[in-house]
Design a protein around this ligand. Structure first.
Ligand code: PXP
Length: 237
């Protein structure tokens, strides 16, 4: 299976918001990512809108033809926002105001999940649940009616970076989930904390529908673009 790459542009908004002016422009960034080969754009509109804002999502939806994958919490206001925006897909993620980034998968005991999945699917929005790599949560996601799961690869990515021996154990959990997802006929996506090395490792899995990668792509891109920008300034100054 040819996996798709969703580029998460949240951190472009983080840089923009540091000055509260328009640069770097989110729409330009999304178009640039798509023209560079991204299959779709991923944005996480957090309840506190600390990076991507609702307004950004509306602009992207109105101007971009390629799919938008919207990450949101289970909060009813966010589910209503997604219902109005109607992106191609919604990934429901846990959200905790104090965290720097999404620290783990969803607690699937949340009573509103089945109802919200149904509501979004009725609007022709594909639904994914961001879960930890365990079979129980995967099976529960299928029962809840989700089209896809996205496995939180944050722990795996950290173990890869630290060359930790527990890496094999974590990979084995993800592998078992990928096999079960195939049996259950539920789309299998991966995301969080991925870089070249961890992504290469995970590419051994054959049934990954989508990878969602953000922080590393945005950070690494600085090293590929800074030279050109500095050279341009040297010609101007
Ligand atoms: N997938 C999900 C569901 C996420 O919440 C995030 C972070 O917003 C990502 C993927 C991307 O993670 P990273 O920025 O670490 O690549």
């Amino acid at each position: 299976m040819k996996s798709k790459l969703g580029v998460n542009i949240d951190h472009i908004a983080t840089v923009r918001n540091a000055r509260s002016e328009g640069h770097p422009d989110i729409l330009k960034a999304a178009r640039f990512a798509l023209n560079s080969g991204a299959d779709f754009i991923t944005i996480h509109v957090r309840e506190d809108q600390r990076h991507i804002k609702k307004k950004d999502a509306l602009i992207l939806k109105s101007k971009i033809k390629k799919p938008i994958n919207l990450e949101i919490s289970t909060n009813s206001k966010m589910i209503n926002f997604a219902s109005k925006l109607k992106p191609y897909s919604v990934c429901i993620v846990p959200e905790n105001r104090k965290e720097i980034t999404t620290e783990g998968g969803l607690n699937l005991k949340n009573n509103s999940l089945a109802k919200n999945i149904k509501k979004l699917k009725k609007l022709n929005i594909k639904v994914s649940l961001f879960i930890n790599p365990n079979l129980k949560d995967l099976k529960k996601s299928k029962i809840l009616g989700s089209d896809s799961v996205e496995i939180h690869t944050g722990k795996f990515s950290r173990l890869v970076k630290n060359k930790d021996s527990k890496l094999k154990q974590e990979f084995s959990k993800i592998l078992k989930c990928s096999q079960m997802a195939k049996k259950l006929k539920i789309n299998f996506n991966l995301g969080h904390g991925l870089d070249y090395v961890s992504a290469k490792y995970l590419s051994k899995l054959k049934n990954v529908s989508e990878y969602n990668i953000g922080h590393f792509i945005i950070g690494e891109s600085l090293f590929h673009g800074m030279k050109r920008v500095i050279k341009k300034f040297k010609t101007i100054l």
